[in-house]
Design a protein around this ligand. Structure first.
Ligand code: SF4
Length: 561
């Protein structure tokens, strides 16, 4: 048994939530917490949504937002709590801790969570009290259990949705949150559920992905879900496998429970390197895995029906008409997902001011957010608000597609800085590169290490942090750099990107991208997306282009070396 498993056996990880109140009450230091509860407490605190920051004495706290959907009141509380409690101490720069964002900022994540930094344990009960009043939680934001359940941020609003799956998302989330039987799984367990034909909820890269389907049962045509299982990124990325099942919306909780039960019983608890559910699915094969789920399911699952997914939509930025007459939702662009707590609260108040009583603030998997239910006559006023100038719904293509993980500012695993770099590069690339007029977004994702919090494998351009050793006449120098990948996408033509070049010094990346886009603009077929063009060009030639060689582009050769 590995040490994390031992820590989970010593004390049920959900019990840590009550203990946090004692640690806060007694204002215990990190050493005192460790003395009282042992070293395993740092692992168990993840079940409270708390990650020890690399700056000792402070936590990152993750708030779960099922389907990304917040009431304006909830969003306002999140913004205000950030402003009041996520405050960098003077010894780390205080209000000037971060050159771009100051302090008291929040991060919207690719799993529709909110992360805050610089939280002290003594402030956690106050945060939880304020959260309780509006129905928010951080419980199981992290740890080996069901994480935040993803969904389409435009659920219930968009014309191309088959049905609104938000109630199913909330039912599944409610089932798993604080459920002691399923709170200790072999590893984290990620679920996504959508009723939309455009799969922005990323079913292919989650442990469980439910997507819309239709089936004739007893003469009745019913909407429900098809299931994909065993998808994921990081080391050993894998697209989910389809199971031959049809799941009625009312059976979705039981289906997800049966999958969790299968994982709980059969998953590997020994080797954390290979214990995500995708390894189990790979090892068993989809058919045997389906059999195991059916054996553990209390309902008889019909075989699959008609798949209704037609494509993949990577963002909701811009002003969009809702299917409800006269109403709109507006997708705002938050480069790298980071914004001030005060700005988020301001956006929440704007939702209340300009929206109808159904208005909401919704977090998207591309780290942006939406404000919904804005009547036609209020759209211009909403767009004139100060926060809308910084987080424009009409950004440049690189800004629109920019995603960044936490990076070495706070993350113990990071090799490079990511948030500031993502924002600066996105803005600079928008200034320097003319992308073809029909290309709205270039998905550029930056992870600070080989983990995939920024999902680089599904991006047009993906980076993962590396150190680079440079040799010059002054001797050796170690600088920040990155592995450089091209050509990823989800959807019907899903494919992970190819890591085309390794350990590129950070300073060389923008010139390399300028060369690539020059070649792409000159050579692309009508309507060809950047990732499609990259897939059609040999990696050796992509490398030559990046290095400035001006040989003509040879098309139609095999992707890869
Ligand atoms: Fe940290 Fe790596 Fe995840 Fe970035 S990708 S947040 S550096 S673990």
């Amino acid at each position: 048994m590995n040490t994390v498993e031992q820590h989970k056996q010593e004390k049920h990880p959900l019990d840590v939530v009550d203990d946090v109140y004692d640690y806060a009450d007694e204002e215990l230091s990190f050493e005192e917490i460790e003395e009282r509860a042992g070293g395993g407490e740092w692992e168990r605190l993840k079940w409270a949504g708390m990650y020890a920051q690399k700056q000792e004495g402070y936590f990152m706290i993750r708030t779960k937002v099922p389907g990304g959907k917040l009431t304006p009141e909830q969003a306002e509380v999140i913004g205000e709590v950030t402003d009041d409690l996520a405050v960098a101490p003077e010894e780390y720069g205080g209000e000037e801790q971060n050159e771009l964002w100051g302090d008291a900022y929040l991060d919207i994540t690719t799993r529709q969570d909110i992360q805050k930094h610089w939280i002290r344990v003594e402030d956690v009960p106050e945060m939880w009290d304020r959260y309780d009043e509006v129905g928010l939680t951080t419980v199981q934001g992290c740890g080996d259990s069901a994480r935040n359940v993803l969904g389409c941020p435009a659920a219930g609003l968009d014309d191309h949705e088959c049905f609104n799956a938000q109630p199913v998302i909330e039912a599944v989330s409610d089932f798993f949150t604080e459920n002691r039987e399923y709170a200790n799984l072999p590893r984290k367990f990620k679920i996504t559920i959508t009723g939309c034909a455009h799969d922005c909820a990323q079913s292919q890269i989650n442990d469980v992905g439910l997507v819309p389907a239709k089936k004739e049962i007893d003469g009745e045509s019913l909407y429900g879900f098809h299931a994909r299982v065993g998808g994921g990124l990081s080391d050993g990325p894998r697209m989910g496998s389809e199971l031959d099942v049809f799941i009625r919306p009312e059976d979705a909780v039981e289906f997800c429970r049966a999958v969790a039960q299968t994982f709980k019983e059969l998953g590997d608890r020994n080797n954390r390197g290979v214990c995500r559910m995708r390894y189990l699915v790979e090892q068993m094969g989809a058919e045997k895995f389906e059999e195991a789920v059916r054996d553990r399911c209390t309902i008889d699952l019909p075989t699959g029906g008609q798949n209704l997914t037609v494509g993949y939509q990577s963002d909701h930025v811009g002003v969009h008409e809702q299917k409800q007459d006269g109403l709109n939702y507006v997708g705002f662009n938050v480069i790298a997902g980071r914004m001030g707590g005060d700005e988020f609260a301001e956006a929440a108040r704007a939702a209340e001011t300009y929206g109808t009583e159904d208005a909401s603030v919704r977090l998207a998997t591309d780290q942006n957010f939406l404000i919904t239910h804005i009547p036609d006559e209020n759209v211009d006023d909403l767009l004139a608000e100060p926060f809308a100038q910084e987080y424009s719904p009409d950004p440049g293509a690189f800004s629109r597609g920019a995603v960044g993980c936490t990076g070495n500012e706070f993350c113990n695993y990071a090799i490079i800085e990511t948030k500031k770099r993502t924002k600066r590069w996105a803005r600079e690339l928008d200034d320097r590169i003319d992308v073809p007029d029909d290309i709205e977004s270039i998905r550029m994702h930056m992870s600070g290490c080989s983990a995939s919090c920024a999902q680089p494998q599904i991006a047009d351009i993906g980076f993962r942090g590396e150190t680079v050793k440079l040799e010059d006449e002054d001797g050796d120098d170690i600088v920040e750099g990155m592995d450089f990948g091209l050509g990823g996408s989800l959807g019907a033509d899903n494919e992970f990107l190819d890591w085309v070049e390794s350990a590129v010094p950070a300073d060389a990346v923008i010139p390399a991208l300028e060369q690539l886009f020059e070649a792409y603009s000159a050579d692309r077929d009508d309507g060809e997306e950047f990732y499609e063009w990259c897939r059609g060009v040999d990696n050796g030639q992509l490398r030559s282009i990046m290095q400035g060689a001006d040989a003509p582009v040879a098309r139609g050769v095999a992707h890869g070396d």
